[in-house]
Design a protein around this ligand. Sequence first.
Ligand SMILES: NC(=O)c1ccc[n+]([C@@H]2O[C@H](COP(=O)([O-])OP(=O)(O)OC[C@H]3O[C@@H](n4cnc5c(N)ncnc54)[C@H](O)[C@@H]3O)[C@@H](O)[C@H]2O)c1
Length: 431
Amino acid sequence: MRVPQGPQEKTYQNLALRVGVVGLGYVGLPLVVSFAQAGAEVIALDTDAGKVEALRQGESYIEDVPSDTLRALRDRIRPTTRYAQLAHADAVILCVPTPLTANREPDLGALVAAASALGDVLQAGQLIVLESTTYPGTTRERLVPILEESGLKAGRDFHVAFSPERIDPGRTDHTMRTTPKVVGGLTEVSGARAEELYGHICDRVIRVVSPEIAEMTKLLENIFRSVNIALVNEMSILCDRMGIDIWEVIDAASTKPYGFMRFDPGPGMGGHCLPVDPFYLTWKAREYDLATEFIELAGKVNALMPDHCVSRIERALNDLRKPVNGTKILLLGMSYKAGVGDVRESPAIKIAEALQSLQADLSYHDPYVPEVPELGLRSVELEPALAAAEFVVIVTAHPGIDHAAIAEQVPAVLDFRGVLRTSAVQPAAFG
Ligand SMILES: NC(=O)c1ccc[n+]([C@@H]2O[C@H](COP(=O)([O-])OP(=O)(O)OC[C@H]3O[C@@H](n4cnc5c(N)ncnc54)[C@H](O)[C@@H]3O)[C@@H](O)[C@H]2O)c1
């Protein structure tokens, strides 16, 4: 999601507001920029000294945040690794990672560490907002007790709220300002404080009555996507077997003006959110003696997709009377989605690993991902790689790459993103 740029940066007034942002990743850095553009002074904290130094130099490491934008806001952003700086903030927003452990259980290590460090410098009157995606109850049951070790009481001496981040890296049609923001405070006053805070950077703030509702809202949004993607992925496997073009089917179904929402199949799910967040709820649901079967099934189907892709590659090569072993295969796109360089949980890596174990002569091109150490590969130059490739696979279709022209140029191409199709059906406007 692109942060607003351009003339606004220079015309904003100073705002009597000091905001701390903890965790300067895909979620935190755009927030820093939005608050600075709104005129606030922002204390931008990360334990990664490299990111803090980059920020000091005005160098962005997130695609959606241009370095020029950071530099224009330099006098409003105070990058730091020191929690003590947060004692001067009116509000502190936590955007630290919430991954899964090796046993696929919630790993709140970063959140606990950040909360403990923040608790040491917590001041009466401050508002603390958690944005990291997590299971319902985290704010009240985990964050608040740690902060209260300061001796201050939540809801009385300081305020706490949860507000889910809705950032969609690479998206340009919705911005931080135009995307409605949900907030749920621990108390009425805490909710009102959070609403006021986000009112500086978002046109519409929706106040819900508790942090738990706000926490669950985020999970519903992500699980909705995960389940629908799994459904369409499963349909794509069946369509493949039945010789039916799934894209034609989706284009046709998308012409229905109500009751259908378009989701596209792909090589599997990646990123920090969809493969991870639903399992926070699965874990919590066990406490309530419920097996969340939709979530598990969706995870299972989506996890099958890289294998399905590999078998389609094998079949396509077989039709060309070629083995995988020794064939020069070029993968286009290594990140998990178009327009970003994030390779966390990327299905492209799983496909590449499988092809390497089948001894393909594998290379990849991805302008956003210069290297993938676990594959021992670096992104190759596109033109010479296309000239050498015997088989090309479109795994992630980045903007700025002319896939149709590539398809004309190479001996054979397999498209897992539907970018080469020419549909007989006009896609629906909302598609
Ligand atoms: N990336 C997305 O698209 C997205 C969208 C919505 C919600 N979220 C949620 O937002 C949260 C953050 O995600 P992200 O993608 O920005 O992660 P990220 O890994 O890009 O950034 C997190 C940052 O937190 C820092 N950090 C870790 N421990 C810290 C600590 N104790 N103190 C200070 N900084 C610390 C890391 O160094 C890193 O820079 C997660 O809960 C995620 O589920 C992410």
